[in-house]
Design a protein around this ligand. Structure first.
Ligand code: ADP
Ligand code: MG
Length: 366
């Protein structure tokens, strides 16, 4: 088991990279602590698989170092890194039985056969494969094959880490949910460092204690699901996490007032000062749909908005609004009246995030 450190790591697939866009991994530093349950979350193409393959040694980074427990492992081939990796599609030996497939990684490192048997039975039970142990892998369903593939990743207890690259893509939704819970259980039981790659925020937050959100080849935030929700430190995180994502309004100061489009925003002095002091022209105010106060009647300091429509989702509704010509979404609970035509909005000061050049800046709320 190991702590995995990435130091000034960068990777490009091009022989002659010219700009940051040419890098699948833009220079970054990151630490996965020993024993953590982590998710690596981001949209397709942001570099997740590239990063995992660099950690496991399938891919040599263009620059930077990978360290396990402080030792540089760049020169070590995958076998010597002692990492288990589970891929999106099953990697199994079709002609072997399920039992032999699961036993393979253990026999490979000369584990005594009695111990092999114990572990195979244990993992088969967790993954509900016991009844299939004697079957040839080629006769299994797609779901079962992927479970065997996962079992091969989980069977060794002495690995430095287990890396999962979107392992549940081919699994049906019902079983997916169950397997995710199992993985979590296995993690709690064995305390092996696990990194779970996904593009699904729900999957990430049910599995991981801490999530690394990746965007354009960089980890833009590493935090608990709650931190990502409450204090996204990049507009991408605000937009990607949450359902719907965070609202962003481009703002400027004009004659001492904070304006979004043609509307003055009612914000506290702290937000006002931060907007006024911004050196960039790219200044955005972010507020989550959950935190916008929506009133059906005029209220003090309420900003008048137009209600486009509301979507009833059972215990809550999403109200689609425009404020100063800017579209916004707000979430209201079922016991609250749904406004029609006009609404008056308030943004609680402590719920406002300010983003300059897409990164969050501190606001002094006094
Ligand atoms: P993810 O797993 O997040 O979907 P990848 O790591 O697969 O992202 O890809 C990151 C970027 O690198 C993408 O732009 C992709 O097109 C590019 N890429 C991935 N693999 C290769 C490769 N073997 N050769 C060239 N470009 C690649
Ligand atoms: Mg991938």
């Amino acid at each position: 088991m190991a702590e995995i450190t990435l130091k000034s790591l960068a990777h490009t697939y091009l022989s002659d990279p010219r700009s940051p866009e040419d890098y699948a991994i833009r220079e970054m530093d990151h630490v996965w602590h020993q024993g953590g349950a982590y998710a690596l979350l981001g949209p397709s193409g942001c570099g997740k698989s590239t990063l995992l393959n660099i950690i496991s040694g399938l891919l040599e980074p263009s620059s930077g170092e990978v360290l396990f427990d402080g030792e540089v492992v760049n020169a070590l081939p995958p076998e010597a890194r002692n990492i288990a990796q589970v891929f999106q599609f099953p990697v199994i030996y079709d002609t072997m039985t399920v039992y032999d497939n699961l036993a393979f990684p253990l026999r490979n490192v000369k584990t005594p056969e009695a111990r092999v048997h114990e572990r195979v039975m244990e993992v088969a039970e967790v993954l509900e494969l016991t009844a299939q142990l004697k079957r040839k892998a080629k006769n299994l369903t797609a779901d079962e094959k992927q479970k065997v593939s996962m079992g091969r990743g989980l069977v060794r207890e002495d690995v430095s880490a287990i890396l999962f690259d979107e392992p549940l893509t081919v699994i049906d939704p019902q079983l997916k949910w169950k397997l995710r819970r199992k993985l979590k259980e296995i993690h709690q039981r064995f305390e092996i460092t696990m990194v779970y790659v996904t593009h699904d925020q729900l999957e990430a937050s049910t599995f991981a204690d801490k999530i690394a959100v990746m965007y354009e080849g960089q980890v833009v935030q590493f935090g608990t699901p709650r931190e990502l929700f409450e204090r996204p430190n990049h507009t991408f995180v605000g937009y990607f996490i949450g359902s719907p994502g965070m609202n962003f309004l481009e703002v400027v100061t004009q004659d001492g007032r904070v304006m979004a489009g043609d509307t003055e925003l009612a914000v506290g002095q702290g937000v006002h000062d931060a907007v006024a002091q911004a050196r960039s022209t790219n200044v955005k105010l972010g507020i989550r749909p959950e935190f916008i106060e929506v009133h059906a009647e005029a209220v003090e300091d309420g900003m008048q908005a137009h209600v486009d429509h509301a979507q009833d989702l059972g215990t809550y509704s999403i109200v689609y609004l425009t404020l100063g010509g800017i579209p916004l979404k707000a979430r209201i609970e079922e016991d609250q009246p749904t406004p029609t035509g006009k609404a008056w909005l308030r943004f609680p000061d402590e719920r406002i995030g300010l983003y300059i050049d897409e990164f969050r800046v501190e606001i002094d709320h006094e």
